[in-house]
Design a protein around this ligand. Sequence first.
Ligand code: SF4
Length: 499
Amino acid sequence: MRRGHRDDLRLQVTDIHDPDDRLHEECGVFGMFVPDRDDPITESIGRVVYYGLYSQQHRGQESAGIVVAGDDGLEQHRGMGLVAEVFSDRLLDGLSGRAAIGHVRYSTAGSSTIANAQPLMAQSKLGTIAIGHNGNLVNAPVIRDLLEDAGVMFQTSSDSEVILNLVARSARHGLRRAIQDAMRAIQGAFSLVLLTEDSLIAVRDPKGIRPLVLGKLGESTIVASESCALDAVGADLVRDVEPGEIVIVSGEGIESLQLNERTQSQVCSFEFVYFSRPDSEVDQVSVYASRMEAGRILWREAPVEADVVSGVPDSGVVAAHGYAEASGIPFGMTLIKNKYVGRSFIAPTQELRERAVSVKLNALRRNVAGKRIVLIDDSIVRGTTMRRLVTMLRRAGAAEVHIRIASPPVQHACYFGMDYPSRNELAGRRGVEAVREMIGADSLAYLSLPGLHASLGDTGQYCVGCLTGVYPVAAPVGLEKDELPPAIAERDAAAGRRG
Ligand code: SF4
């Protein structure tokens, strides 16, 4: 091969990714209950939960934990880092029991320390209780103040401990009543797994803002944030946990309680746009199919003449396939992702971010030079990453770069667990032409809000609060619209992230 040709083919390695310019996942939960104490699977329950967490690593990379209900009560193992870093083979070999829960965490409320790593545990009249939580409460500070006034000492700064203490305080009324009382007191987004010495409990908030599914592995019951975790452990999907439902799994069987009157789910639309894995189904909607359809609709709403359609790895790729299919323009890879990028890239504090090396994507010059490119991404947050990508493609010789975004502009805060920059940093507030100019693209278009709903099947209701400013649950008490919840604002102020 001629040297010049080799140079042409060589990938350009450039640090382009601004880790602050992404939406960050918040948490994933997993739980398992084995009805027969003599079932051999009790010996490897720790490994099943480990695989369940491993498959949901995309939902949180800061800490991981497992609590097992064994012969000697609840046993807790937590650590900072990825699931594979926290749990060794030796540790997993020792985790046996009839029931277990696990958690992977990205901190959106409460700081990133081992004390906040979940599952959390507390003592109560029911014995030890453990909790794993995905979501954010909008009234946690108010309840925390009330509990502190009543003498409760908090060990952590997380919302989840508020829930745990509410359950523990009502424990004298029995498990059902304690959980129902706690669920009635809290507001916001919460998909929970709780573990006592003899039962596993799954709870989803009345609006079903975060996903939660039930599955079966043999005779065992599995609970997970995403259905891909059921696949990972060889379990079958049974159904979604309903909004406002409490599922109690014990040696007596499975009991379902409805918190209030059955309500319509308003699951987070960004679970489909970005957060969930494409091989998951959320409330019976395939994440993959919704992204494909978003791409097809995006072509109909914002067509452009081009030579190649490409997606930003990973979450823009499926929508790019949909755009290519609808347009007849060939799909091609123009950006190659370094697979060995570690969790440091999504570190939540400024100090860690600055120390982290930028995420790397490489322009594939062979597919880019002289071509008119349509590049699809799931969303634009601040726009800094997209500006670098456009620059990278132009340096690699792109004749034109047209950006298409498979969601409407993000313009408002999220109160339910997603870590957004402050509203002034959100590119979506500036208008399409200003953002196009800022990122240096030849054209820019977003999916419309009706287009997003159509991509989801037009049958359900979805939270679109960060797109419209209208939320399924009112903003936290005392906050103006778009103001950030105190835990997030305080953390970011401490990290020097917001002004
Ligand atoms: S505000 Fe946005 S990110 Fe937050 S739950 Fe609603 S749709 Fe999801």
